[in-house]
Design a protein around this ligand. Structure first.
Ligand code: SIN
Length: 465
C-alpha cells in the first residue's frame, strides 16, 4: 500500500505514515459524501449542532495528544500547538451555535401582491483543501460551517501534516456516530497526489463547493479549474501584511504586537507581518528593541517546553527564507539580529529570528510573503502617506497599525486595502469574526456568521399568498 511518510521538521526524519489513497480514495470519498448528502441536509439543525458541540468537547479533552501531534508534524512550539487546539475547537463550538441560526426571511413584496420568501439551503458536497501551517484550525474553520449548514465534506489536508487531520476525523466520526448519523458526512483524503485528487474531485458533478487555504499562486490555478464547473468558491490566500508604527505608539505594546504578528507559528502564517513601516523618529528604537526581544527567544524542537521558535516546515520552506534574507543583504539591508541557521542546531529546518533594517524598497523581502521569522523594517517620514506605500502590493489579507491616537488608527484602518486590520493588536483571529482578504488574498470569509453563509445558497421563492 502506498503511504505518505510524515517527517518531524526538527529532526528531518520520518516518524509516522498514513495511507496515500490517491485518486481511487478521492472517488470513494466523493461517493460517500454524495451518498450522505441528503440525510445530512435533512438532519435537524439541533442535531447538527449537537454533533459539532460534541466534537468541540472531544477536541478539548484530547488537547494534549492533538497538540503533540501538531508539534511532531508541523514543528511549532508546544505552547502554540495547545493554543491552536483551543482555537480550532472553538470553530466547532462557534458553528454548533450558528447551526441553529441559519435564518432565511419572508417579506412583503415592495410592489405588493405577494410575499418574497428566501430559504438558506446547504450548498452541497464541499471539497476542503487545508494547509500545513494550522493543521487543526484550518480544517475545523471549514468543516465547522460546512456541517452546520448541512453540507457533507471531502477534506484533503496538506501532505506534510495529515496526522492531525486523521485525529480530527476520528473525533467527528465519533460525534456523528453518537448522534446516529452516518460517518460518511466527513471524509478525509490523505494523498501526496494533490493535482490528481483535486482534478478528480472538482470534475465530479456531485461536488458543489471548493474551499481552499494556501498560496495565491495555487489559488489562481484552483479558481481556473473550478470555473470549468462554475463552483462556489472560498479562497483564503497569501498575505503580505504591513505593520505600521507611528511615533506616538506605546513602544512596549508595538514591540509585543510585532513579536506575535511576526513570530506566531514560526512566522509561517498568512497573517504574519511582512513589511514593517516605522515613523522615522522611533524607527531605530523600535528596530533595536525588536532585535533584542527576538535574540532572546529560545530556538529548538517544539516539544521542548522552553522553545519559543521551532523549525520551519521543510527544506523548501527554509530555502525560501534563506534566499530572501540573502537577497535583502545583497541589496544593502543590515542584519540587526539573526540571519541564518542557529549555531547550536545541526539538524532540523531551523532559522534564527531575524531583524533587518535599511531594506531596499525593491527587495524581494518586501515583495514576497517570507513565511518565516524575518522582520524587515523601513522608516517613513512624519506626514508621508505611508498607507499608500502599505497598499502598494497585490495582497490585502491583513494589516496592523500601532498608534497612541485611536482616531488615527481607525482612519488608517479604513484606508488600508485589507480584509482585516489590527489596531494596536498583533493578533486578530477569532472564530466569531469574519476572516479573509481583499485583492489577491482571496474571496469570501471564514468564521463569524459570514463563515456559515459561505456554505449556503439563498433560494428565493415568490409566493402569491
Ligand atoms: C493562516 O495563516 O492561514 C491563518 C491564521 C489564523 O487563522 O490566524
Amino acid at each position: 500500500m502506498a503511504v505518505i511518510e510524515v517527517v518531524d521538521p526538527s529532526t528531518e526524519e520520518a516518524f509516522a505514515s498514513v495511507p496515500d489513497v490517491g485518486v481511487p480514495g478521492a472517488v470513494r470519498a466523493v461517493d460517500a459524501a454524495a451518498g450522505a448528502s441528503s440525510v445530512w441536509a435533512d438532519t435537524p439543525p439541533r442535531t447538527r449542532s449537537v454533533v459539532l458541540r460534541r466534537a468541540y468537547e472531544l477536541m478539548v479533552e484530547r488537547t494534549e495528544s492533538l497538540a503533540e501531534t501538531i508539534v511532531r508534524e508541523n514543528g511549532k512550539p508546544i505552547a502554540e500547538a495547545r493554543g491552536e487546539v483551543a482555537y480550532a475547537a472553538e470553530f466547532f463550538r462557534w458553528f454548533s451555535e450558528e447551526a441553529v441560526r441559519m435564518h432565511g426571511s419572508v417579506v412583503e413584496a415592495p410592489a405588493g401582491g405577494g410575499k418574497q420568501m428566501v430559504l438558506l439551503q446547504p450548498v452541497g458536497v464541499s471539497y476542503l483543501i487545508t494547509p500545513w501551517n494550522f493543521p487543526a484550525a484550518m480544517l475545523t474553520r471549514k468543516i465547522g460551517p460546512a456541517l452546520a449548514a448541512g453540507c457533507t465534506v471531502v477534506a484533503k489536508p496538506a501532505a506534510q501534516t495529515p496526522l492531525t487531520a486523521v485525529a480530527i476525523e476520528a473525533i467527528l466520526h465519533r460525534a456523528l456516530a453518537e448522534a446516529g448519523v452516518p460517518e460518511a458526512v466527513v471524509n478525509l483524503v490523505t494523498s501526496s497526489d494533490a493535482k490528481g485528487v483535486t482534478a478528480a474531485v472538482l470534475g465530479d458533478p456531485r461536488v458543489r463547493k471548493l474551499s481552499f487555504t494556501g498560496s495565491t499562486e495555487v489559488g489562481r490555478l484552483l479558481l481556473a479549474q473550478a470555473a470549468e464547473r462554475v463552483l462556489n468558491c472560498s479562497m483564503e490566500l497569501g498575505g503580505n501584511a504591513p505593520f505600521l508604527v507611528f511615533a506616538d505608539a506605546d513602544m512596549d505594546a508595538a514591540v509585543a504586537g510585532a513579536m506575535v504578528a511576526k513570530l506566531r507559528h514560526n512566522g509561517e502564517t498568512c497573517t504574519a507581518a511582512n513589511r514593517f513601516f516605522v515613523e522615522a523618529p522611533v524607527a531605530d528604537e523600535f528596530a533595536g528593541r525588536l532585535a533584542v526581544a527576538m535574540a532572546e527567544l529560545p530556538v529548538g524542537p517544539g516539544l521542548d517546553p522552553a522553545t519559543r521558535l521551532g523549525p520551519l516546515i521543510d527544506a523548501a520552506g527554509l530555502a525560501k527564507v534563506e534566499r530572501l534574507v540573502r537577497a535583502g543583504v545583497d541589496g544593502g539591508a543590515r542584519v540587526l539580529t539573526g540571519g541564518g541557521r542557529p549555531a547550536h542546531l545541526e539538524r532540523g529546518w531551523f532559522h534564527e529570528a531575524t531583524v533587518l533594517t535599511d531594506v531596499p524598497p525593491d527587495s524581494p523581502l518586501l515583495a514576497e510573503e517570507v513565511f518565516g521569522p524575518v522582520a524587515s523594517i523601513t522608516p517613513f517620514e512624519p506626514g508621508e502617506d505611508v498607507v499608500a506605500r502599505a497598499n502598494e502590493v497585490e495582497h490585502g489579507l491583513i494589516a496592523y497599525v500601532f498608534t497612541g491616537d485611536v482616531g488615527r488608527g481607525l482612519a488608517v484602518a479604513e484606508r488600508l486595502e485589507a480584509g482585516m486590520v489590527g489596531v494596536n493588536k498583533g493578533v486578530v483571529s477569532d472564530p466569531a469574526a469574519p476572516f479573509g482578504g481583499v485583492k489577491q488574498s482571496g474571496l469570501g470569509r471564514e468564521g463569524g456568521h459570514e463563515g456559515l453563509l459561505a456554505y449556503t445558497e439563498a433560494k428565493y421563492i415568490a409566493v402569491d399568498w
